[in-house]
Design a protein around this ligand. Structure first.
Ligand SMILES: [Zn+2]
Length: 173
């Protein structure tokens, strides 16, 4: 049985900044401007997730036992709900970010809004809540900035072995 389609959603490409409308049921699509695949659905993390990038036009939800370690960036256009732990170089969020009382955050963040509950820990990060965030996001094509070039380097590092990575990941938590 098919689920009801739900209302259409406007999503914005996290590669080039182009917006498009998709059906409410869409979980992934292709950007008409840059032809790259986009994750549209929410990403829910309930255990350990170690990756280079977390990218979705939806939300990133990290439950109490969840832990996200992104070597590079996190893009979650509709927001981040953090109850567990999160570590990244940079997070770009055009929606709200909420951190619960057991949350631990490490990394730079640009977001539409930020709510931090008492008990949450912010270990490191440069935070900005800009006036006109979506326009700023469009003005900086992420695929042409340094983040992406460092991505490529990270691939080489990973190919060489995982020892160094483990040191970084387990440090200080
Ligand atoms: Zn695009």
């Amino acid at each position: 049985m098919a689920k009801p389609p739900g209302p259409p959603r406007r999503i914005t490409c996290y590669h080039c900044g182009r917006s498009q409308d998709v059906s409410g049921r869409t979980t992934s699509t292709v950007c008409p401007a840059c032809s790259k695949t986009l994750t549209v659905e929410d990403i829910v993390v309930k255990s350990y997730l170690g990756v280079r990038n977390v990218e979705t036009c939806g939300r990133l939800i990290v439950t109490k036992k969840g832990r996200v370690v992104a070597q590079q960036r996190i893009v979650a256009h509709e927001g981040i709900e953090l109850e567990g732990k999160l570590e990244c170089r940079e997070a770009l969020v055009s929606g709200p970010v909420t951190m619960g009382g057991k949350a631990e955050w490490r990394g730079d963040l640009t977001a539409l809004s930020l709510a931090v509950a008492e008990g949450a820990t912010i270990r490191r990060g440069y935070f900005t809540v800009p006036e006109n965030w979506l326009e700023e996001l469009r003005a900086r094509p992420p695929d042409e900035d340094e983040t992406r070039r460092e991505d490529d380097l990270a691939d080489d590092e990973l190919a060489d072995g995982r020892g160094a990575r483990d040191d970084v990941v387990d440090d200080d938590w």
